[in-house]
Every structure is written in structure tokens, then in C-alpha cells.
Design a binder for this molecule. Structure first.
Ligand code: INI
Length: 157
């Protein structure tokens, strides 16, 4: 008996994706969005008409937008992009934890991949490094994971 391996490939021309991006720390979040869109188009070969971008005020609002997108049944995967910086708020833990918890809840309750591209850093400098400079682009990584998971789930089902 041969082992059956299920692995996602990246091109996903038929897939439909929604990206939820926070406006808080928009300087960073817009770079994450650029990375995510670039990866969906180039790696995933996803046509623009299969991509929806939803802007929300802050990371706290990301899960509720994800919940409605998931409930609509129109998307194969969702991508969450945001930036929570410890130095800029006394309620860093609340914002970061509630956002992460909400993302997990949506992905498990609807059974669709939600890629977590929400940065949580101590400083703005660390965030900038993860948004397209020396530490890569977390938005692009999240999009890549969403592409792979759509194909993995298709292969499992
Ligand atoms: N939202 C963020 O996305 N990042 C932050 O760093 C942040 N800080 O620092 O407070 C933040 N706060 C706003 C929050 O997400 C909500 O938009 C706000 O509380 C209204 O519900």
C-alpha cells in the first residue's frame, strides 16, 4: 500500500479570496495588503475579480468582518491583515488576543481557511521589518498559506 500524501499546490485560479485589512497602523497594513495581493496574483494566479478587500477600523474589528464573509459562503479562503504594536497602547494584550481568538473561531466554526497575517510586535520598527523589508512580508506569507490551504482542503474533500 502506498502512502497517500495530500499537499497543497499554489496556483488557485478558480479560488475566491477575501482580505480583511485594518486601517489602524495603516502605514504597515497597506504594505501587508500589497504583499498579499501580489502573492495571490503571481503565486496563486488568482484573477482580480476573484479578490475582495474589506477595510475595518482596527484589529478588534477583523473577526466580525471575517465572520460575515465566511457566513456568505462566497469565499474559499480569507486573509486577515493587521498590526498591533505594544508600544502604542495599554490594551495591547486585549487587542492582540481577541483578534487572534476571533480568527481561530471563524476558521474552525466555518471550516474555511483564515490566514492570520496580523502582526503583533513590540515596536513600529519590528512591524515595518515584517511588512516588506528585512524580515519579509507577513501579508504575503498569509496569502501563500491561504492558497495552499484551499488546495489542501480541495484534495481532502
Ligand atoms: N488596533 C490595531 O489594529 N492595532 C493597534 O495597535 C491598536 N492599538 O494600539 O490600540 C488598535 N486599537 C484599536 C482597536 O483595534 C479597535 O479598533 C478599537 O478599540 C475600537 O473598537
Amino acid at each position: 500500500m502506498a502512502i497517500k500524501f495530500i499537499e497543497g499546490i499554489k496556483p488557485c485560479r478558480e479560488g475566491r479570496f477575501a482580505v480583511v485589512v485594518s486601517r489602524f497602523n495603516s502605514f504597515v497594513c497597506e504594505r501587508l495588503l500589497e504583499g498579499a495581493l501580489d502573492t495571490l496574483r503571481r503565486e496563486g494566479e488568482v484573477p482580480d475579480e476573484h479578490i475582495t478587500v474589506v477595510r475595518v477600523p482596527g484589529a478588534i474589528e477583523i473577526p466580525v468582518a471575517l465572520e460575515h464573509l465566511a457566513k456568505s459562503g462566497k469565499y474559499d479562503a480569507l486573509i486577515a491583515l493587521g498590526c498591533v504594536i505594544r508600544g502604542s497602547t495599554y490594551h495591547f494584550e486585549v487587542v492582540a488576543n481577541e483578534c487572534a481568538k476571533g480568527i481561530t473561531q471563524v476558521t474552525l466554526s466555518h471550516g474555511i481557511p483564515v490566514a492570520n497575517g496580523v502582526l503583533t510586535t513590540d515596536t513600529l520598527e519590528q512591524a515595518v521589518q515584517r511588512a516588506g523589508s528585512k524580515a519579509g512580508n507577513k501579508g504575503s506569507e498569509a496569502a501563500s498559506s491561504a492558497l495552499e490551504m484551499v488546495n489542501v482542503i480541495k484534495a481532502i474533500d
